[in-house]
Design a protein around this ligand. Structure first.
Ligand code: DGL
Length: 271
């Protein structure tokens, strides 16, 4: 099979990465996608950098064994800590969510005061700030870990009183520092967009790292001549998980907005 006809591999710590799959499908509807959700070891956002890098290498190894023509690291925490190591170790184009998100924020920001929210691992890595300041050294980046948001979204609490109050706790300090753009630096946050918009108001653009990542990947694959040109049929999603697959269908409806094939449970190669 020609390399460009192979699927794109996507991995995440769990099911949140389906928000990235949703955007990849929107911009590249004919591409096949292999999705790996490491549901047995989620969350990554609370783990140490070494552990996140190790898990990300194992996830990538699994995808390359399918095989795939490129790898998208949908998980912000893994992109933040492991992208360099994955690029060094594997001989395939690897794309993360951080650089595209940082670039999209710089395009939207007028005063260069950019807020970032994400897991503890993502914020601790400082990856968004480094990416933003690499392009524009004078930009101010104000980051805040929001550890309660992932479980809230998984619980389906994307609106309502409790959600609003938690969002105010996390976002008010950023607003006080006069951010003019907010990066949603986590797979789960696109599901909170409406609630976040209500809290921050309409004047602050929300940068969805899934949207910017998908556009970036499409552009890069086109340049590398790796798109499945000429394919007429819709792309197929092949989902794999590392824990029981029973709730995957429910989550895929919420995070992807569509059902997928049945997820297959797998063991990852270790070491
Ligand atoms: N996928 C993770 C991220 O985007 C969120 C869930 C987790 O902590 O593993 O950072």
């Amino acid at each position: 099979m020609k390399r460009n006809q192979l699927p794109i591999g996507v991995f995440d710590s769990g099911i949140g990465g389906l928000t990235v799959v949703k955007q990849l499908r929107r911009v590249m509807p004919h591409e096949d996608l292999v999705y790996l959700g490491d549901t047995a070891r989620v969350p990554y956002g609370t783990k140490s950098p070494e552990t996140v890098v190790r898990f990300a290498c194992e996830d990538t190894r699994f995808l390359l064994d399918r095989p795939v023509k490129s790898v998208v690291v949908a998980c912000n925490s893994a992109s933040a800590w492991a992208l360099n190591e994955l690029e060094r170790r594997f001989d395939v184009p690897v794309f993360g969510v951080i650089v595209p998100g940082a670039e999209a924020a710089l395009k939207r920001s007028r005063t260069l005061r950019i807020g970032v929210i994400g897991t503890r691992a993502t914020v601790r890595s400082d990856a968004y700030r480094l990416a933003i300041r690499k392009s524009v050294p004078g930009a101010r980046v104000i980051s805040r870990p929001c550890p309660l948001l992932v479980p809230m979204v998984e619980e389906g609490w994307t609106r309502g009183d409790v959600t609003r109050r938690v969002l105010h706790e996390y976002l008010d300090p950023l607003l006080k520092q006069s951010i003019d753009t907010l990066i949603l630096g986590c797979t789960h946050y696109p599901l909170l967009k409406t609630a976040i918009r209500e809290v921050v108001g309409t004047g602050i653009p929300l940068v969805d790292s899934a949207v910017s990542c998908a556009k970036y990947v499409a552009g890069r694959l086109e340049k590398m001549d790796l798109l499945a040109e000429g394919r007429r049929r819709s792309g197929v999603i092949f989902p794999f998980v590392t824990d029981e697959a029973s709730r995957f269908a429910e989550f895929s409806k919420r995070f992807l907005g569509a059902p997928t094939k049945k997820a297959i449970r797998v063991e990852l190669p270790t070491g």
